[in-house]
Design a protein around this ligand. Structure first.
Ligand SMILES: C[S@@+](CC[C@H](N)C(=O)[O-])C[C@H]1O[C@@H](n2cnc3c(N)ncnc32)[C@H](O)[C@@H]1O
Length: 287
C-alpha cells in the first residue's frame, strides 16, 4: 500500500504513568476525506447507527441499501453490540488488556477503549483505519482513562508491517493482544489474500492472543445480500466482498475458536431473538 509519507498518524499516545502529549506525525487529512460526492462506508455506518457525521451522498446510498436490506439498521447495531460483548469477554474473562482494533470506524458509543478500560483501567488500545474520514474524528477515540493508553494509526489493513511497527509503540507485543477485525475484512478482496493478512498479524502476536472477526455472510439471505452488495459496489470507492461460513472460518486457521464458535454475530454469547442476520462473528485464541 506504499504511500508511507503522510499516511501514518500516531496521535496523542498516552503512556501509562506519563502525561499525554499530543504527538501527531504527518497527519494532514487527504482531501478525499471531505469529498461530498463519494459515499464513504464509515459515514454510512455512522448514519445507520443514528450518528451525525455523514453527508447527503452517504445518506442517499445508505437509504438505497436499507430499502433492499431493511435489517441493515438492526445489523449495524448488532455488530456494535458484538464488539461490546467481545471486548468485555476479552477483558473480563480472557485476561486481555491490549487491543489492536483495525477498521475502527467513526467514534460511536462504547468504543473499544471505553469498554475495555471500564473493566481493566490499564487497557491499551491502538485504533487503525485507512480512512482520513476516521482520522478527522480520531481525537474522540483518544480519551483514554489515566491508567491506560490509546493511539490512532492511519494505515491500510494490508500494510501489516507498518501497523505492527507503529502499534508496538504502545502495545507490548511480547504479551497477549487481541486483534479486532470487525467489519473490515470485507474491504479486502480475495485477490489481496485476506487470510494471509490475518495470518501475518497473528504470527506477530504471542500465544494466548486472540483474533475477533465480524464479517457479512454471502450464504445467509443470499439473494438479498447479493443485491445489496451490487448496489453498494456501484457507488462505493472501496468495493465490498461478502463471504461464506467456510471462507470466514478460514481466518481462524491455527486458532482455537472460543465458545460458541463462529456463529451469526447476534448469537455470539447472547440470547437468540429469532433474527436471521447475515453477519458472522467469532473469537479465536492462539494456542
Ligand atoms: C463497517 S466499518 C466498521 C466499524 C467498526 N469496526 C464496527 O464494527 O463497528 C469499516 C471500517 O473499516 C475501514 N476500512 C475499510 N477498508 C480498510 C482497509 N483496507 N484498511 C483499514 N481500514 C479499512 C473503513 O474506513 C471503516 O471505518
Amino acid at each position: 500500500m506504499g504511500d508511507a509519507a503522510g499516511k501514518v498518524a500516531v496521535m496523542s499516545v498516552k503512556r501509562i504513568g506519563t502525561e499525554p502529549g499530543p504527538e501527531m506525525r504527518s497527519a494532514a487529512p487527504g482531501h478525499e476525506a471531505f469529498d461530498r460526492n463519494v459515499p464513504h462506508i464509515a459515514r454510512m455506518y455512522d448514519y445507520w447507527l443514528g450518528g451525525k457525521d455523514n453527508y447527503a451522498v452517504d445518506r442517499a446510498v445508505a437509504d438505497q441499501i436499507a430499502a433492499i436490506f431493511p435489517d441493515i439498521l438492526v445489523g449495524v447495531r448488532a455488530q456494535r453490540a458484538f464488539l461490546g460483548r467481545v471486548v468485555r469477554y476479552l477483558a473480563a474473562e480472557a485476561g486481555i488488556w491490549q487491543f489492536l482494533d483495525i477498521g475502527t470506524g467513526l467514534p460511536s458509543a462504547d468504543n473499544t477503549h471505553e469498554v475495555a478500560q471500564r473493566i481493566v483501567p490499564q487497557s491499551r488500545v491502538v485504533y487503525v483505519d485507512n480512512s482520513p474520514v476516521v482520522l478527522a474524528h480520531a481525537r474522540a477515540l483518544l480519551g483514554s482513562g489515566p491508567q491506560g493508553a490509546t493511539a490512532f494509526i492511519q494505515a491500510d489493513l494490508r500494510d501489516t508491517g507498518r501497523i505492527l511497527a507503529e502499534a508496538a509503540r504502545i502495545l507490548d507485543l511480547s504479551q497477549p493482544v487481541a486483534v479486532l477485525l470487525l467489519g473490515v475484512l470485507p474491504f479486502i478482496p480475495d485477490d489481496d489474500d485476506p487470510a494471509t493478512i490475518v495470518a501475518r498479524l497473528m504470527a506477530a502476536a504471542p500465544p494466548g492472543s486472540y483474533l475477533a472477526v465480524a464479517h457479512p455472510a454471502s450464504d445467509i439471505a443470499a439473494e438479498q445480500m447479493a443485491r445489496t452488495v451490487r448496489r453498494f459496489n456501484l457507488q462505493a470507492r472501496d468495493p465490498v466482498t461478502v463471504r461464506t461460513y467456510a471462507e470466514v472460518a478460514r481466518f481462524f486457521d491455527g486458532l482455537d475458536l472460543v465458545e460458541p464458535g463462529l456463529v451469526q454475530l447476534h448469537r455470539w454469547r447472547a440470547e437468540s431473538d429469532g433474527l436471521e442476520l447475515p453477519n458472522y462473528g467469532g473469537v479465536g485464541r492462539k494456542p
